[in-house]
Design a protein around this ligand. Structure first.
Ligand code: ZN
Length: 291
């Protein structure tokens, strides 16, 4: 699933390729792709035609494009969504869900989504990165946002009665972090994701935030992580950060720090990858009563 670096690569691509262009026609091919727009596909099309794209913004894993009429076009890539900028003559693939055409004979914007968990919709608000569309009001700032407040994040994190990895994936606490970058950051700071947030020292939490930022910036520099080959940028190019992963997907391969075979554990219908030596499981003191 695309996380912050991948969505940021797409945002930057949209900023270059569709901002300033006027939409002349829209074809919504699959009702699931526009299910978050209450009016249905025909009204979704009508809401966009004639509008000019003003900018391309992102919060966590969400994208939005302010339009010339004060509304915004929102997008979430879900598991497998792709926003592609393609010449009108490019053949349509089987998973094409929405085509947006412009009045300048330039490339189309195409939403392709194999598993249809992603979607596009239109709503009011969202003039800038600090003025969110209504449906994103609950999404916390992400760690690359210049106004992300590390102190506030750490104090909220330590008040939660949960485990660290679950907290990192909670988009109302910190946005943009998913399974891959959570595992990478936890490996870097030698923390097991099952550690209770309430007992995490402030200094360690700060190290974790730094590690999240570092791994995301490194991933951005390599165009993101195309782990399952579904993630691509607006030009259809894969990212190369999957070759630099230290934890995610490396079950039974030697830890790059200590050589111990990496483990895989079940986590929320997915998997977590960690080093049994560098990232020991927390002792369950509270559960067993042992000290
Ligand atoms: Zn290790």
């Amino acid at each position: 699933m695309p996380e912050l670096p991948e969505v940021e690569v797409v945002r930057a691509g949209l900023a270059q390729s569709v901002v300033g262009r006027q939409i002349s026609w829209v074809s919504a091919r699959h009702p699931r792709a526009t299910r978050r727009f209450p009016g249905g596909p025909a009204q979704f099309e009508a809401a966009l035609v004639g509008r000019t794209v003003q900018a391309a913004h992102r919060r966590g894993k969400y994208l939005w494009l302010p339009l010339s009429d004060g509304q915004v076009l929102l997008g979430h890539l879900g598991m497998s969504g792709q926003l592609l900028v393609e010449a009108p003559s490019t053949p349509e693939g089987p998973h094409l869900r929405v085509i947006i055409g412009f009045n300048d004979a330039g490339p189309d914007l195409r939403f392709v989504d194999q598993r249809t968990f992603g979607g596009l919709w239109v709503e009011a608000g969202g003039e800038g990165p600090d003025h969110l569309p209504f449906s994103l009001a609950h999404i916390a700032r992400d760690p690359l946002d210049p106004r992300f407040d590390e102190k506030v994040f750490i104090s909220r994190l330590r008040r939660r009665r949960t485990e660290i990895k679950r907290a990192l994936l909670d988009q109302t606490l910190i946005s943009g972090v998913g399974n891959i970058y959570a595992d990478e950051a936890l490996w870097r700071v030698r923390l097991h994701g099952g550690r209770p947030t309430s007992r995490l020292p402030v200094a360690k939490a700060s190290e974790l935030v730094t590690a999240i930022r570092e791994v995301m910036l490194e991933a951005l520099g390599q165009g993101g992580t195309s782990f399952d080959s579904l993630y691509v940028d607006v030009n259809g190019q894969s990212g190369y950060f999957s070759q630099s992963l230290n934890a995610y997907g490396r079950v039974d391969q030697p830890c790059l720090r200590c050589g111990t075979p990496m483990r895989r554990e079940a986590f929320m219908n997915r998997s977590s990858f960690s080093c049994p030596v560098c990232q020991p499981r927390p002792r369950r003191r509270a559960a067993t009563g042992l000290r």
